[in-house]
Design a protein around this ligand. Sequence first.
Ligand SMILES: C[S@@+](CC[C@H](N)C(=O)[O-])C[C@H]1O[C@@H](n2cnc3c(N)ncnc32)[C@H](O)[C@@H]1O
Length: 437
Amino acid sequence: MAIGFLQRKASWETLLKVSSGIFADQALEKVLKSYQFNSLDIAFITELSFGCIRYRKFLDLWIDHLSKIPHQKQPPKLRWLLHIGLYQLLKMDKIPFSAAISTTVEVAKKTDLSGLTGTVNAILRNAVRKIEKENLPKISSDAVERISYLESLPLWLVNELINWFGIEDAENIAKAFNKKPSIDLRINPIKTNLDIFLKVLHENNINAEPIKNLKNGITLISNPRSIKTLPGYGDGFWTIQDRSSQWVAPLLNPKKGEKILDACAAPGSKSTHLAELTNDNAEILAVDRSEKRLKIIQSNLDRLNLNSVKTLKADATSLLDLNPNFRSHFDKILIDAPCSGIGTLSRNPDARWSLNKDKIKQLIFLQERLLKSLVQLLKKDGILVYSTCTICPEENNLLIKRFIDKNDEIQLVSQKQILPKIDYPGDGFYAAVISHK
Ligand SMILES: C[S@@+](CC[C@H](N)C(=O)[O-])C[C@H]1O[C@@H](n2cnc3c(N)ncnc32)[C@H](O)[C@@H]1O
């Protein structure tokens, strides 16, 4: 089936679901269930729908440039369909303008937007005329506004990025938020190894390669129809995990027989990694306050056939009250804290539109409480790793510095921050290794 009207329609339906409050990946999954698309179709629909979600502000700027009715006043269904058309014209090099317009107009014609077919056609044709004449929307020369419109980010976030990293890095990071994220897997060394598994993938015509500097990491080059249908998933040969996240568990240097606490564990990528690194021979307690997410850990443990991890539903800030024997009990503690996730914006295209400074403040409050209460559970010679998938310094190095300055008995052993970059396919991440003095 050629890529045509149906793929645009599915992309538009994904935008409709996201605007009703569903997360982008879940919205896409739901939409795809009602079609029979192949992997090329899915790659196209993902690129188009996620691209429209990321570039919402930029595409609205174009609607305002093209139509007398500003984007806020457009009927929402029309606004999202215009985004589908405009994104193809402005951001997808390989699609001829004529194909982008005719297929988008066909979506209007064959759905409840049929009365607006002419409007869609006229606005998209007007866009082509303006693109050809280089008549682009006017943007202020102010750096914050420029980055905010061109990279399609809320103003507050651009201001923060510039405060944190300066204009040049902020712009680079903002661009990286709009790149296509990698699909990385972590091989379970208890069940298979990198060479054998790469061979299995190649035999199944799936293009993949090892990730540099990661012992068990591989990245997929081709886009599978559904990741979980790849060979070996049900047999527990691998876990989906971004390459940056794969370097967190090894920082704990987990060893056989050790008592390890993973305090914010669901969905379990790091608990399972810790179990694999100890050949399933440690005593790992995976805690999470969400019952629903805890069930996902258990199903991952079952699938990977790991027995050294026990799960517990609890608020990690009150673990010591729940079990006073936990004082100075663990050799290793991981706090993979709930965070603003700013390092993962390219993977979560809608997240930039729901995040705000108040949410970050509440998260910092929780992160501090987690650190303060959980450090009491660490043995004298133990190691605690605090990690996040954000690049916000108040949730990372500044928080850790404040925490260490207030506690005479502990010290920072090392810390590492990975920033999102155009030429680095992984997410942004932070980790600090802490021990007693
Ligand atoms: C960043 S996610 C953890 C990801 C996980 N470590 C992994 O690698 O798969 C943060 C988790 O913390 C949990 N959480 C948030 N507040 C918590 C609390 N007070 N106690 C325990 N878990 C909490 C959330 O339910 C969420 O599952």
